[in-house]
Design a protein around this ligand. Sequence first.
Ligand SMILES: *Cc1c(COP(=O)(O)O)cnc(C)c1O
Length: 435
Amino acid sequence: MKFSSTRSRDKEITFGKAIFQGLAPDGGLYHPTSIPDLKELFAGFSGSTSYNELTEKVTYELLKEELNKEAVKRIINSAYSFSPFLRRLDDNLLILELFHGSSYAFKDFGACFLAASMEEYLSLNTKRAVILVATSGDTGSAVAQAFYKKKNIDVVILYPSGRVSNLQEKQLTTLQENIIALEVKGSFDDCQKIVKQAFVDQDLINNINLTSANSINLGRLMPQAFYYIYAYAQIKNQLKDDLYFTVPSGNFGNLTAGIYAWQWGLPAKGFVAATNVNDVVPEYLNEGIYTPRASVATFSNAMDVGNPSNFERMQTIFNNSHDKMKSIIHGEVVTDNETLDTIKLVKEKHDIFIDPHTAVGILSAKKFLKETGNDKQIIILSTAHAAKFPETVEKATGMEMQLPEGLKKTLTLEKHSIPVENSLSDLKEYLLGNY
Ligand SMILES: *Cc1c(COP(=O)(O)O)cnc(C)c1O
């Protein structure tokens, strides 16, 4: 498989090149140039196929022009010591828990695959790379955990001093080894500005192999297709009705990855794009007009996105045809009050705590069933552990949540950060002095 920019098909590059570039030079996003038919491979998977076995086989099929079986095996084993878990809620609904990795959110699946792939490609040419990230909290911790102890890679994280939660700060600053946390005297926007300046600074470009790991990176997106296939393999024996997936969405990376899996042969009948009131995509699906706008704050804050970056990939997949996209993706919108009600209801009815993003997914699936009939199985992607959003969960249920053991332990560790001024010069001095 080769990849090209969503904005021009002229130049095809390998996966190994695309993951170090992040964004294409023309500002577009990397996207597969062909659609492999993997129906037979998928049909061979069953409920007893392990996540690592499945991801290894799919990755090899996709990347065999550039990676041999041993290299793929190394990547998968280095990336995944956790797997998704499929839980049935009722006759129609199942949730796919994607929060059993080290940062307790689905972004671990993409970040760990990217980190392991970069490690593999760097070992081929023994170059070192420095990953530079600005974080407002969550992305940084997923990236930090994913790259922890990876060979030939250093991670430098900039975070705004005093503006991330205590738990988030501990997640960023307690790993050490190849993970360096720079505590910036400024806001998240300042951190982002400094990182952007670093990527165009000639001294840095000439001396350091700087790269990014943000969510538009193909190396984070592609592996998110794998858990849709895994979920299908888990229930295919019980499947009498059509299968749908509901995806709580913000930047629409998760949903785009599901559509890739469908293009490669996953027997899904369709997808529900579930959003909070930041609903530019459901609005497009219903009305045919795409109107990006400023986001508004909600309880499901990882989905507070007013101009989703992956919409460009979705348009490319469906050839800019509204009708084609609408025939596969259905949009649903859930308000904050409905989110709270759903968290409460699911706790009462099924005795599990769900996070606000998963709640948006579950209610969207129910709305979809109500509108279109009950003759379906719907798998809802559960994107984060409820304990990551204790205020909202407690507000909804009136009950206090226990932190998982891993997070409790993180809170007891000692913080190690390097204070820096709010300017490129401190960062630059640090990078040139240390790498
Ligand atoms: C990032 C995130 C989302 C949104 O995923 P996209 O791929 O950006 O659509 C949903 N839920 C949680 C918990 C997230 O962290």
